[in-house]
Design a protein around this ligand. Structure first.
Ligand code: SAM
Ligand code: CA
Length: 248
């Protein structure tokens, strides 16, 4: 008969040992099952190509996972999004998932401080025939958002905003985005479970960047939970995404 210690060891087998894994699910096998049965077989060819290019890049940990890409693509179709924004592009996996979901005259205002990584994925986006929907702005998002907010005609003009950049600024982005998104639709804040570190004990062995941003993510989650201007739904997809529906 197995001892208590052995039972404990067995129940831990197959669980993620390391904070920083891509999935928050209980086991790698379960996540693999999702990818293999429902994500990879339906992944559009350009997204697969971009995913493979990104996998060779040294910062590939930053990319949106394929299951989250599939989720975003369906969500955007469900809300009939036409005018969207993305903060944090990297090589463009979530951007491509968005661009493929929008109608031919749809628009994505995409911002990133780094153009080089965007340009790594751009040929695939062009080949997919959706580059005309993208207006890429190189630079920090904050001044660009301030500029947008200053012009009243941008108020309530976006159907969806995907925020996937510097976590220490999410609260500041939120102050501006809440004016820019239409009442009734959505802002998605990505990585709100921050590698699972939101529940890690204070002395947990976290990677430096995970530890650094954790408090900002915790603060954001608290602020969103009490913001009366939005309804929220935190989903354990990818690294956690909090959907915020503007209600006033
Ligand atoms: N959504 C991307 C994807 O699907 O691959 C991943 C984005 S990655 C997690 C974060 C990105 O935010 C990086 O490309 C980084 O250059 C960008 N970034 C960091 N600080 C920024 C800022 N202040 N303004 C705009 N982009 C920023
Ligand atoms: Ca992310």
């Amino acid at each position: 008969m197995a001892t208590k210690a052995e039972e404990e060891q067995q129940s831990q087998a197959g669980r993620h040992q390391e904070v920083g894994h891509k999935s928050l699910l209980q086991s790698d096998a379960l996540y693999q099952y999702i990818l293999e049965t429902s994500v990879y077989p339906r992944e559009p060819e350009p997204m697969k190509e971009l995913r493979e290019i990104t996998a060779k890049h040294p910062w590939n940990l930053m990319t949106t996972s394929a299951d989250e890409g599939q989720f975003l693509n369906m969500l955007l179709k469900l809300i009939n999004a036409k005018n969207t924004m993305e903060i944090g592009v990297y090589t463009g996996y979530s951007l491509l998932a968005t661009a493929l979901a929008l109608p031919d005259d749809g628009k994505i205002l995409a911002m990133d401080v780094n153009r080089e990584n965007y340009e790594l994925g751009l040929p695939v986006i062009q080949k997919a025939g959706v580059a005309h929907k993208i207006d890429f702005k190189e630079g920090p998002a904050m001044p660009l958002l301030d500029e947008l907010v200053q012009d009243e005609k941008n108020h309530g003009s976006f159907d969806f905003v995907f925020v996937d950049a510097d976590k220490d600024n999410y609260i500041n982005y939120h102050k501006r985005l809440i004016e820019l998104v239409k009442v009734g639709v959505l802002i998605g804040y990505d990585n709100t479970l921050w590698n699972g570190s939101v529940v890690a004990p204070p002395d947990a062995p976290l990677r430096k960047y995970v530890r650094y941003y954790r408090d900002f993510v915790l603060e954001l989650n608290k602020a969103l939970a009490v913001d009366p201007r939005i309804e929220i739904c935190m989903l354990p997809v990818g690294d956690g995404i909090t959907l915020c529906r503007r209600i006033k």
